[in-house]
Write a protein that binds this ligand. Sequence first.
Ligand SMILES: *Cc1c(COP(=O)(O)O)cnc(C)c1O
Length: 413
Amino acid sequence: MTTRNHCLERDAQDPLAAFRSQFDLPDGVIYLDGNSLGARPKASLSRAQHVITQEWGHDLIRSWNTAGWFDLPKHLGNRLAPLIGGVDGEVVVTDTTSVNLFKALAAALQMQSCDAARRVIVTERSNFPTDIYMAEGLSKWLDRGYSIKLIDSPDELPAAIGADTAVVMLTHVNYRSGYQYDMQATSALAHAAGALILWDLAHSAGAVPVDLHANGADLAVGCTYKYLNGGPGAPAFIWVPKKHQGQFQQPLSGWWGHATPFAMAPHFAPADGIGRALCGTQPIVSLAMVECGLDVFAQTSMAAIREKSLALTDLFIELVEARCGAHPLGLVTPREHPHRGSHVSFTHPHGYAVMQALIARGVIGDYREPAIMRFGFTPLYTSYAEVWDAVEILRDILDRQDYNVDAKRDAVT
Ligand SMILES: *Cc1c(COP(=O)(O)O)cnc(C)c1O
């Protein structure tokens, strides 16, 4: 039986324990929501101050060149690439995940357009809604007979992919259940049917090891404000491997994606390489914060992060089942390691109210419909003792029914 002392011993031996000091976390909070908004790297304060007072305030417009602003999407992309199995010149940090999905999906449909029979986008009903919405918007506005096929479980995928499939668009780690797809097998399945595969890495980048090249991915997008700690609304990323860059054409053909943006030519000609995935002027202050998160990742490895992530999620599942076993909690997240991301979800009939009670007592997770309490584990700043303490607080709330079932739902939870 695990005790709090065992957890403290594991913290004492944890090779990642020292990373917590690089983050600003308030006292009295156990933060289990880094999967939704990563904690703030301490370095971001002085970086923001420098960008605002020196680069913007003093150097003014010269900073587009002297401070590397213009190259920042590519520079950050090159730094992010190793975390997802990409190489230099294949990633840009830019726009939002929703917008990057639109660009990537449009490009993939264009790459498949020579085959008129391929008009179906296959994705999952349980995908993060914006992914489905963006596919719906794109299909509607293209008005070329595209349709979207929604599967209800990963088991349905083989039967859903066929000669009519243009693109398979999946989120690698499901935002709600924490289910992780086998990227290699799934990519191979898509390719065997002649389809392209587009991966959303929103809950994967910085959370689980990803090797896009080794696993045969065609295109990918993802977030920097979740596990990568880039800050609220920080620009997202898009990955286009070199083998596809020549055919990669996207409809948001703004001047930042032009071959010669400062020639001010009247017509669009795409840049060679990953630059063609860009659209317009980037939010430099926000973009600069992304580097502070990547600086932390550069000091460790995704293998070390994954090892601790699995240990933390195993511990959480074990303790919840052992200590809260009398309560109607249902584990949603897969127990098998290869199919688990870095968060754990449990259902409870009063999930929303229980989560509000947890937050009131300093354990910050979040709630997702229907009835799902979601707990994110971020190895860079979460300790084993915090897992213990979070479960103790959960047990106490459940044992005493210390939650308000009539709690009003906030707009953002
Ligand atoms: C978080 C998340 C998004 C967020 O998209 P934004 O454009 O940043 O709002 C998109 N897709 C998935 C799968 C996500 O988990």
